[in-house]
Design a protein. Structure first.
Length: 167
């Protein structure tokens, strides 16, 4: 798997937040609808706030919980950009402390491949790497500026990790 380890932060993802079903396979209609709701006013705010490289769109999935009444788990999703600025211009935000990230670059841009990459990170890379997952810190998905469905657009999956202690 194509990855690198980087320390980044502190920063926050700013944008729109919504609670949606946690789906691991197939298209996620609620997230697609969120993305389509970005109007020119919101895009101008995000452009003004964006000051963390690489520039582009980011999202984080967090607070995954299962409710006995629901048939699927739910999670919070925030779509937007990264900033170090404290004034988030009234947008939703999620703060990240300084963190070490395993950053996986995706060479494909179809939903199935990206979902398979997530699975491989957790089932193939993480168990055999010298890193462990930092619990309670969301993963981040990055999309380079441009059309999200364009196969030439760079995609990254950021997983928060710490080096495993070897005794």
């Amino acid at each position: 798997m194509d990855y690198r380890i980087e320390e980044k932060g502190p920063f926050q993802i700013v944008g729109l937040k919504q609670r949606v079903p946690f789906i691991t396979e197939g298209d996620h209609k609620e997230i697609l609808a969120m993305r389509e709701s970005f109007d020119s006013s919101l895009l101008k705010k995000l452009e003004k706030l964006s000051d963390v490289k690489p520039y582009g769109g980011y999202n984080a999935v967090y607070d995954i919980s299962e409710n006995a009444i629901e048939t699927v788990p739910y999670c919070n999703v925030i779509l937007g950009t990264l900033t170090t600025k404290m004034d988030t211009l009234g947008l939703d935000y999620l703060h990240f402390s300084k963190t070490t990230w395993a950053i996986f670059t995706s060479k494909e841009n179809n939903q199935h491949y990206l979902q398979e990459t997530w699975k491989k990170i957790y089932t193939e890379w993480l168990p055999f790497s010298e890193y462990s997952l930092i619990e309670d810190t969301p993963n981040i998905f990055f999309t380079e500026n441009g059309e999200i469905d364009n196969p030439k657009i760079k995609k990254e999956i950021w997983v928060p990790v710490r080096k495993t202690q070897i005794s």
